[in-house]
Design a protein around this ligand. Sequence first.
Ligand SMILES: Cc1ncc(COP(=O)(O)O)c(C=O)c1O
Length: 483
Amino acid sequence: MHPPLSLSLSVSMSSSSSSCSASSCQPRGTTSRSPPPPLQPAAEPLLLRSFSKALAKRRAIQLTRATPVPVPGLVDFSSNDYLGLARSPEVAQEFHSRLLAAGAAENGDGSSLVGATGSRLLSGNSTQALELEAYLTDYHSAPSALLFNSGWDANLSLLSTLPQQNGAIIYDAAVHASIHDGIKLGRAKRAVSFRHNDVAHLREVLDSLLLPTASSATPQCETAVVAVSSFYSMDGDVAPLREITRLLADPRYGSPRRAVLVVDEAHSTATMGPHGRGLVAALGLENEVFARLHTFGKGLGAHGAVVLGPKMLRDYLVNYARPLIYSTMMPPHSLVAIRAAYEVLYSQAGVLQARLGALVKVFREAMGVLPHPARLLQSENMIQGIVLPGNANVVALATLIQSRGFDVKPIRSPTVPLGTERVRVCLHAHNTTEEVVAFASAARWALAELARRSSSGNQHEQQQQRQHALSPLTDGGAMQARL
Ligand SMILES: Cc1ncc(COP(=O)(O)O)c(C=O)c1O
């Protein structure tokens, strides 16, 4: 048994008091502590000047990033909690009761629910982690499962280790930043992108890398790893997985297969497939995909990720995946949260997915056709968007919509291609029909308001230009201002 809380506190207090002076070890919250002597201001490191320049560049193109605290009270049209599981009372209840049970079971062996205490390869492993992996193996019909601290870590691990020195990595142009960064860390002989969702282009790239050419009887690469997302969260479109798997099975690429597929199911986890098993499962392609990545931080409302694939892939990642080897394992309470979310997902996925689908229809109908140059993204699922070219324009549009009580975020270029800047609208199973309809009317009002401001701005400009044309002196002044 763990000692009671009061006992462990008094032990640590008394042991610490022996090594601290009264002034340096006052308990928190007391007022008698004398303030430390003032520090001499340190000379500003030169590096900060470079930072300042870099940040000024970002400001100049309206691309500064920040970490704003979500404004309370806004209706959620922005989070990745697509099914509302992060706020689900059922998940919270399941989590609490499982946490209590886990706490009771862990008592006696000295293990903690708070932290894993080390890398998975040292002290961080546990029967709980192995049990969760067995559960996920079963849930997703996979040969093996390996947990990661995040989807980012999992992609970094996969992409930095799978492509071999004599092999290629071929990736959809729209994959996530974590795939790009994993590729940079890897040692593939060739890294080539193919046009987004363009299977014909993928075939061209595969042919050029895996087949002999007119000038060389030896192909450039022995093997290829193809990386795609199942569902692209900026455009709301899905990958043509059937066509891609059919292509990779083409005997021209050899037997045993020289090209394998890795699918990032970050945004299709929970939101697609029976019991939220993802798009690969929805299409029955589990045996055609070499590795699947499911993340728990989006549709499951928790945190962390799992890689599913052959048992030897698991062994290989345990030996070579540096984000796994050199990082503390996720804490036991996260394992409990993931399991709790999955339990609720199993029973509620169908209802929640259907509800989300209905809200998509309501949204698209309520938005209707938008006034040029704005347009609605061509998406049939929970990721929707109002495209309005120009970073400043989408920021202004999002700000106006927020002012009406809705939480939405602008997505600027270069995160999305220039000219397709947008306000991203994430629909959730926890949004009500009334909220969606009210959102659409706020969005239409905001677009009209922007158009009004822009035309009155133009009139003002034209008026100024007319005045300048009448006065050579003011024209000279304007010239100077421009210079
Ligand atoms: C497609 C995709 N893959 C991977 C990740 C990373 O997942 P995580 O947030 O669990 O690190 C994200 C996160 O935004 C993502 O959108």
